[in-house]
Design a protein around this ligand. Structure first.
Ligand SMILES: [Zn+2]
Ligand SMILES: [Zn+2]
Length: 278
């Protein structure tokens, strides 16, 4: 196994006792990479055997709260557990710098308490923040990370990420409708993880605010169409909207199979997927 995806959180913005918020772990070669940091991310990381100080990079697809609401926990825990100052590489779309500044302001009292109490903790949380443009973000130890712009307007900008190692490629897309940037990033990938929505169900919800979400997410069928167009090996459905009813998994995957011949995986928290896993 050279590349593995672990779904840390497959939930949508509505709290769900069985699903943490949007977050995905990628293990590639000797790199451990976190994509998004939604509700409960540090608990799910711990279950997957990863502490924040073990992360080589954090990638943020976009600044909607359900994808970043526990980023503060990742940053704080990385800081308090690190034996020495070790800046955490953090990549996100335009605007990430301002959000992280706000998080640091929120953590100001905590940072001052801990520094006052622990003589050896003589640094603030450290990170190397890059507001990423499309293209290669890093290429180190045989692990290449590439970003592409996606389309989740009015949320702008938004990114999807491709991680490649040893001839294998995985793509993690955040909330987006199908678009050229996503097609390009997904081309020939072994695994494509997409946040999805069922428009047939959401359109029935008697609340306009909920129905509004249809126009800026990929439906299951659109995700499958992207997967087919790009020739990916495995499509993974995550961040399902609405929350799937018990026993409905086959319905979700059947919708995808109408448009995509490859393997379809219905995401559940802590499911690990490799290019060759069954
Ligand atoms: Zn979302
Ligand atoms: Zn979003």
């Amino acid at each position: 196994m050279t590349v593995e995806v672990v779904l840390l959180g497959t939930g949508n913005p509505l709290p769900d006792p069985a699903r943490a918020g949007a977050a995905t772990l990628v293990r590639a070669g000797d790199k451990t990479i976190l994509v998004d940091a939604g509700r409960g991310v540090c608990m799910r990381l711990a279950t997957a055997g990863v502490l924040p100080l073990m992360l080589d990079a954090v990638l943020v697809t976009h600044l909607h709260s359900d994808h970043i609401c526990d980023l503060n926990d990742v940053l704080t825990t990385q800081w308090v557990m690190s034996p020495t100052s070790r800046p955490l590489p953090l990549f996100g779309p335009e605007g990430t710098g301002a959000v992280v500044e706000g998080i640091m302001a929120m953590l100001g009292p905590d940072i001052s308490y801990r520094r006052a109490h622990h003589a050896d903790l003589d640094w603030d949380p450290q990170f190397e923040l890059t507001e990423a443009a499309p293209g290669v973000l890093s290429d180190d130890s045989g692990v290449r990370i590439t970003a592409a712009r996606t389309d989740h307007r009015p949320v702008d900008s938004t990114l999807a990420f491709r991680v490649e190692h040893d001839g294998q490629a995985v793509v993690m897309a955040g909330d987006t409708v199908p678009c050229a940037g996503l097609d390009e990033l997904c081309a020939g990938a072994d695994i494509y993880v997409q946040t999805v929505l069922r428009d047939d169900l959401v359109s029935l919800v008697p609340m306009q605010r909920f129905r509004d979400t249809i126009d800026y997410h990929s439906t299951v069928e659109q995700a499958a169409t992207t997967a087919a167009r790009a020739g990916v090996g495995t499509l993974v459905l995550t961040h399902q909207v609405p929350t799937p009813a018990p026993g409905s998994v086959d319905e979700w995957t059947a919708l995808a199979r109408r448009h995509f011949d490859g393997r379809v995986v219905f995401g559940e928290d802590l499911l690990a997927i490799t290019p060759s896993s069954g």
